[in-house]
Design a protein around this ligand. Sequence first.
Ligand code: SAH
Length: 243
Amino acid sequence: MQKLIDGARKLGINLNDKQITQFKLYYQELVNWNKKFNLTTITDYQEVQIKHFLDSLTVTLALTKEELRQPGFSIIDIGTGAGFPGIPLNIFLPESRLVLLDSKAKKATFLQHIIEQLELSHAEIVVGRAEEIAHQPLFRQIFTLVVSRAVASLPTLVELALPFCQIGGEFVAQKKGKIKQEVIQASKAIESLGGKLKQVKKIELEELSDERYLIIIDKIYPTPEKYPRHPGIPVRRPILGGE
Ligand code: SAH
């Protein structure tokens, strides 16, 4: 795990022995399960350390150390797939609550196995579509941090993610490549859902030099009850426009 250890240090994270063991186990299980289930195209040992594990940990750059360690800190990962970025974040912050949300039951089977193997006692899995789960009072507007990687374009993603975020909390979307247009197009969705764009932060790490960004959005107002709209609508008819 040397590549991950070195990279994490550049993010200000010193992984302890327990965390390194957890990442090793996560890697082994990911590659094993991947033979039967389609979980990831990245399976090389070095590559997983960088493109999955370290990349997930870059989310921590969106918050201060104090914010990350505040009591009651909670995270929901929308469309987590094989657990990215949620599980690496929970390995780093084992005391925080983590909800892993995905619409595919197959992914949940793997995730359940992982949280048991890694003994992540504050992690839980929810199977369902964000459009529906976001209307349940148990999950609506309660999370300090909402994260999501590689799920949808930003205008769609904002509608799926911001309803989960508490007022004063943040939504951090991990994005790659040319994102300027996407961010401009999401302005209206951000405002309609009760958010305010805080920052577009470029990841400055030689390990991840292929133009990766964090789109950091503050939740400043409650999300109107009508959002998110019915399953499929945020993808088919995203709220577009702005600036
Ligand atoms: N975040 C992971 C997986 C990305 S693939 C990673 O970066 O590796 C996108 C995942 O989002 C899939 O597992 C898919 O099932 C899930 N997904 C897509 N739309 C969703 C929705 N509306 N609600 C919940 N999960 C969704």
